[in-house]
Design a binder for this molecule. Structure first.
Ligand code: HEC
Ligand code: HEC
Length: 209
């Protein structure tokens, strides 16, 4: 990167951060930490270790940043309180929203900061859409989410190896740690989450009770 680009990027960052202080009405919540897979090495019973690894990964999976897009109804949720999406979106005909009110009509390829608005940003990603019905998690216990995740009939035909790749590399998953101004990121970071999923699978992918 040329030196002047660095200066420009840093300046843009300062303007954005400043804008948050001046216009944003939600305080910046610190990111919750996530324990690394190695923190579970001391559990000698492999079944218990596997379950504990999943429970820790489930702190990400059950976070509003993931859950809001993985409903059991056909409408997304918003915010840390998981209120129904405003405006109401009926995604029963398509995970991309009804004709005339597609997700992409409002959700662009990137998060968009809105200055001077109560809404501090609109989240965005090129693949923004609702998780399919079979992948709905809201209201399920970590144990039930775990069983569903492992079931190719409900997880989009994925092998356990595919799940590790999805956790580590998927762009919608990645968004949860870069959710845009005014939104709390998921605990930890994606690499720690991906390593927990890999360690859970490496210890037999045992689900919590
Ligand atoms: C913008 C909406 C959105 C967000 C946010 C989102 N997902 Fe998803 N998720 C989807 C969609 C759509 C699919 C189905 C796409 C596919 O099968 O490739 C999916 C599929 C999945 C799958 C694979 C299928 C399954 O359920 O077994 C996993 C695992 C998953 N998401 C995890 C997460 C996690 C973890 C987070 C948060 C860190 C997250 N997702 C956030 C929309 C989202
Ligand atoms: C009419 C515009 C509009 C349409 C259409 C729309 N959204 Fe949204 N959506 C928004 C706005 C604005 C926000 C930010 C609101 C906020 O943060 O309070 C938002 C927030 C969200 C969030 C919350 C993110 C979080 O974790 O807080 C999810 C999930 C979401 N939308 C999913 C979808 C999906 C999936 C579709 C299509 C099926 C869709 N939206 C269609 C405007 C729209």
């Amino acid at each position: 990167m040329a030196p002047n680009t660095v200066v420009a990027a840093t300046f843009a960052g300062m303007v954005m951060a400043g804008a948050g202080v001046v216009f944003g009405d939600s305080p910046t919540t610190p990111v919750e930490s996530l324990r690394p897979a190695s923190a579970f090495d001391s559990i000698t019973n492999e079944t218990a270790r596997s379950q504990a690894l999943f429970e820790e990964a489930a702190r990400v999976i059950t976070h509003p940043r993931c859950m809001n897009c993985h409903p059991v109804t056909r409408t997304p949720a918003q915010g840390d309180d998981r209120h129904p999406h405003i405006p109401f979106i009926d995604a029963s005909a398509s995970d991309h929203g009804p004709d005339g009110l597609r997700c992409a009509a409002c959700h662009g390829p990137d998060n968009r900061t809105i200055l001077g608005s109560r809404l501090t940003s609109i989240p965005g990603n090129p693949h923004w859409s609702l998780a399919p019905q079979s992948m709905g998690w809201q209201g399920l216990s970590p144990g039930d989410i775990c069983k569903q995740l492992k079931d190719p009939a409900r997880n989009g035909g994925r092998s356990l190896t595919d799940l590790i790749r999805h956790a580590n590399e998927d762009h919608l998953v990645a968004w949860a740690w870069h959710p845009g101004q005014g939104r709390t990121p998921a605990p930890g970071d994606q690499a720690t989450f991906g390593a927990l999923v890999a360690a859970w699978i490496g210890t037999g992918a045992v689900c919590p009770e």
